[in-house]
Design a protein around this ligand. Structure first.
Ligand code: AMO
Length: 442
């Protein structure tokens, strides 16, 4: 007879997840829900590798001891079906995991099709396109599940760190009327017959909110119609943003480096199994991170035999050269004012350069930020200099006349940080359902 849940509980079986089965449970009667990751039928013995999000365990059935209804269930079992099994844990030094469940009964909860379009065990390799086409099956691979368990810890550690520093978590609109980070990469939407855009960043709102909460942060998706198809750009990414009153660019750089170091420390402590599955050995970075100015970067490039004229943005080939000298995390500061967004504060001694910075990891840009302009007249002038219409920013600029403190902040690409932590080189791998120029489904 198929036992119901209550009767199994009554018989002294305890519910555990496959990932929780350890040698310490030796002798315990357990019942488990899980996905049939692998199935092996050896005639008298039948093995199922059962999977939960946190691990796998082997369940061994001996046919001669099973009732007919359970034998039928085993014979019709397909990989990736959801099953409920019950049995007794026993230490099994000969098996891969050192422990197994001696199965006493099985019930198929949800049967998967016989012919799966994708091999979850990873024995058959798949291209990135195939992986993303069957993303939910791809995510079930323990190595891929690991990425998102690490992501979960990263989210938690960021929130924890920033809250301790006195930052309030906020949520700003994602449907907006004006561009903040330049017009080219905007997604336009029809908003009841009017034009609206998907937010590229929370920039203007987070700056306004420092006049209320002083320190705010937001972790949210943003949208950029990126024409370039690279391994580090997607159309929908997650940004971790902070903005703080009474801080300048140096203050928020310190918040950023300390946060990154804390996050990595937490991942190292809490996600050992996942890092191991990914084959990553990780150590928290030492702070402070190295700081170089934009001018220094150009000098370094010259020394590396790569000439770059003053004034242009550091492009990928420049950054790849620079990464020969700077490994790990480092900041580049004081970019030319002209290549930074309108809201960045020019240096008061030398307005050609700005109180801005990028956080780099080797050649990958992880974050950018700076001191912001807090004077409304200067903000209006900078909007004009950048060819933007101050009229479109009227409501925003007005706020600067209502008591705007000096302030600074940054935006950190969450997935880019995750790439650094997991050592994965394609941003799509660290996004559950990535969106790029050529992908809108699944
Ligand atoms: P920026 O435009 O540099 O700055 O963006 C901040 C960080 O977000 C990440 N990022 C992306 N990640 C994946 N795909 C993309 N298409 C993409 N675009 C950006 C990067 C980048 O460093 N408002 C400012 C931040 C600030 O000054 O507070 C801003 O948006 O890691």
């Amino acid at each position: 007879m198929v036992e119901d849940r209550a009767s199994i509980a009554g018989l002294g079986y305890e519910q555990v997840r496959p990932g929780m089965v350890r040698p310490e449970l030796d002798g315990k009667k357990v019942w488990l829900y899980g996905w049939a990751h692998e199935i092996r039928d050896l005639g008298s013995l039948f093995f199922i590798v059962l999977r939960s999000w946190d691990g796998i365990c082997q369940v061994t059935f001996s046919r001669s001891t099973l009732e007919k209804v359970y034998l039928e269930a085993l014979d019709s079992l397909t990989r990736e079906s959801v099953v409920r099994v019950w049995g007794t844990v026993r230490v099994a030094p000969q098996s891969r995991l050192g422990v197994e469940v001696k199965g006493e009964g099985i019930e198929i909860v949800a049967r998967a099709v016989e012919k799966l379009p994708y091999d979850v065990t990873g024995k058959v390799s798949a291209s990135m396109t195939t992986r993303l086409n069957y993303r939910v099956l791809d995510l079930r691979k323990p190595v891929n599940t690991s990425i998102f368990l690490i992501a979960d810890t990263v989210f938690e550690a960021i929130r924890e760190f920033l809250r301790v520093q006195g930052f309030i978590e906020v949520r700003t609109p994602k449907i907006i009327a004006t561009a903040t980070e330049g017009g080219a990469a905007l997604f336009k939407v029809d908003y009841f017959g009017k034009s609206a855009y998907l937010a590229q960043s929370p920039q203007l709102y987070k700056e306004e909110l420092v006049t209320v909460f002083e320190r705010v942060f937001e972790i949210a998706p943003y949208f950029r119609a990126e024409a370039s198809h690279t391994r580090r750009h997607v159309s929908e990414f997650t940004s971790v943003d902070i903005e703080a009153a009474f801080m300048n660019y140096e203050d928020v750089m310190r918040v950023l480096e300390e946060m990154v170091a804390y996050v990595i420390k937490r991942v190292v402590e809490d996600r050992r199994r996942e890092l191991e599955l990914l084959g990553v050995s990780l150590r928290p970075p030492k702070t402070p991170f190295k700081r170089i100015t934009y001018d220094q970067a150009l000098k370094d490039l010259e020394e590396l035999g790569h000439h770059k004229s003053w004034g242009g943005d550091l492009e990928t080939p420049d950054l790849r050269h620079l990464a020969k000298k700077y490994t790990g995390f480092y900041f580049i500061t004081h970019f030319p004012t002209a290549i930074k967004p309108f809201y960045i504060q020019p240096d008061s001694m030398n307005p050609q350069v700005s109180e801005s910075f990028d956080l780099m990891y080797q050649w990958l840009e992880l974050a950018s930020g700076g001191t912001r302009i807090s004077d409304p007249a200067l903000l209006r002038r900078r909007l004009e200099e950048q060819g933007l219409n101050p009229e479109s920013f009227k409501h925003h600029v007005e706020v600067y006349s209502y008591g705007m403190p000096f302030h600074a902040g940054w935006g950190l690409g969450f997935e880019r940080l995750l790439m650094v932590i997991t050592r994965l080189t394609n941003i799509r791998e660290v996004i559950l359902y990535p969106r790029d120029r050529f992908r809108l489904t699944p």
